[in-house]
Design a protein around this ligand. Structure first.
Ligand code: NAD
Ligand code: WQD
Length: 340
């Protein structure tokens, strides 16, 4: 029998790619999502990619009653991958309660569903918990800096909640994955990121600008202490990231004594913003128009991850390079345009 894995937020950007990888690895994903930042079409696309239409329940995880009714019929869930959360940093500054409500409410409600049963639980954390690290590449042991935003704070506090829960009860085995900067899309160009409004993140802005949906890109800051003056990030292909979740589940299955652990999920390599733009141009035969602008408030100057712990313990390593991240991001943007 295929193992059932509850994937909260499984219709979203990272969740949908993970559902594909779970199916590829022989699991039976069950998606719960309220579609607050995703589209039902994703189910058809996943079916096109895998030949399997995953089980899907449109439920708001903050709705305890609906969640409990759903769980009564799901006695055989062996694992949970918890993606569901709001993630827009700027919006979280303007509407902190919306973020605290949803990101904590959904997490606590899902954890409560497993108070009486064993579960392997994988949580979407973020390299945002490190702020500007003092030492690079940043390791999992680096100090957690005061969060720059309510969104970042939800990740820090969620990690604390998970550690407390793992310590208090024997039935939870928990892994937090600290993602660096997820970009790109599935090679089929059938699933990808669906940014609402003006993209705040670099790669969606690049692709929307290249396709003519937006004006020229503004590079936020060119006077940082880096080789070309622009910020450095560790971009990670979303398909590699999706596979890290499968690796984390398998790690928990094979190591029943593990109660809580945390892993960086990146490539271990940093690229400046200008290098990322060049990679986009090179991969897609483009010459993206951009202008150098002011720094963006709250930006981290440079961050990339030490990923040897994920390699040795999870047996996972990123394999896709920046050219493939940029190629697939562009193919996805073109798919979106042709579907309009
Ligand atoms: P996304 O918005 O594409 O996916 C999140 C999904 O969760 C959406 O489909 C949304 O409809 C659903 N959702 C939100 N609240 C819900 C609720 N109360 N009940 C049910 N469903 C709900 O985001 P993503 O980029 O796929 O991110 C997934 C996770 O990874 C999030 O927790 C995010 O904070 C984290 N993360 C993302 C990034 C990034 O840059 N994308 C980086 C680090 C961590
Ligand atoms: C990358 C670089 C920008 C847009 C954010 C969240 C973080 C995490 C990932 C979830 C920066 C520059 C961007 C533009 C630009 N999410 N940039 N022009 O800032 O690393 O992280 O998303 O946990 O919490 O803060 O990613 O893609 O926004 O920016 O020059 O139009 O690109 O200044 O240097 P970031 P990003």
């Amino acid at each position: 029998m295929k193992k059932k894995i509850l994937v909260t937020g499984g219709m979203g950007y990272i969740g949908s790619h993970t559902v594909v990888e779970l199916i590829n690895a022989g699991y039976h994903p069950v998606i719960v999502d309220n579609l607050s930042n995703s589209d039902k079409k994703v189910l058809t696309q996943i079916k096109q990619i895998t030949g399997i239409s995953p089980e899907f329940y449109e439920i708001d995880l903050c709705d305890k009653v609906a969640l409990n009714i759903f769980m009564e019929h799901q006695q055989d869930i062996a694992g949970v991958i918890h993606f569901a959360a709001f993630k827009a940093v700027g919006e979280s500054v303007a509407q902190p309660l919306k973020y605290y409500d949803n990101n904590f409410g959904s997490l606590i409600n899902v954890l409560r569903c497993f108070e009486e049963r064993k579960v392997a639980f994988v949580f979407s954390s973020s390299c945002t918990v490190y702020g500007q690290p003092d030492v690079l590449p940043v390791t999992e042991e680096a100090p957690i800096k005061k969060a720059e935003s309510p969104y970042g704070n939800t990740k820090q506090v969620a990690e604390e909640i998970l550690q407390d829960v793992a310590k208090a009860a024997d039935n939870y085995q928990i892994v937090s994955l600290r993602y660096f900067n997820p970009v790109g899309a599935h090679a089929s160009a059938l699933i990808g990121e669906l940014p609402r409004g003006i993209p705040q993140n670099l790669v969606p802005f690049i692709t929307q600008s290249a396709i003519g949906k937006r004006g020229p890109l503004t590079v936020f800051g060119s006077d940082y202490d880096t080789a070309d003056g622009t910020c450095i990030r560790d971009f990670i292909h979303v398909v590699d990231l999706a596979k890290a979740h499968v690796a984390a589940l398998q790690y928990l299955e094979n190591n029943k004594a593990v109660k809580y652990d945390v892993f960086n999920v990146g490539t271990g390599k940093g690229y400046t913003v200008l290098e990322a733009i060049n990679a986009f141009d090179k991969a897609n035969g483009q010459s993206l128009a951009y202008q150098l602008g002011e720094r963006r408030a709250g930006d981290i100057e440079k961050v990339w991850g030490e990923v040897s712990k994920s390699a040795s313990v999870l047996n996972w390593k990123a394999s896709l390079e920046i050219d493939e991240m940029m190629r697939s991001a562009w193919a996805w943007e073109q798919h979106l345009q042709s579907a309009e």
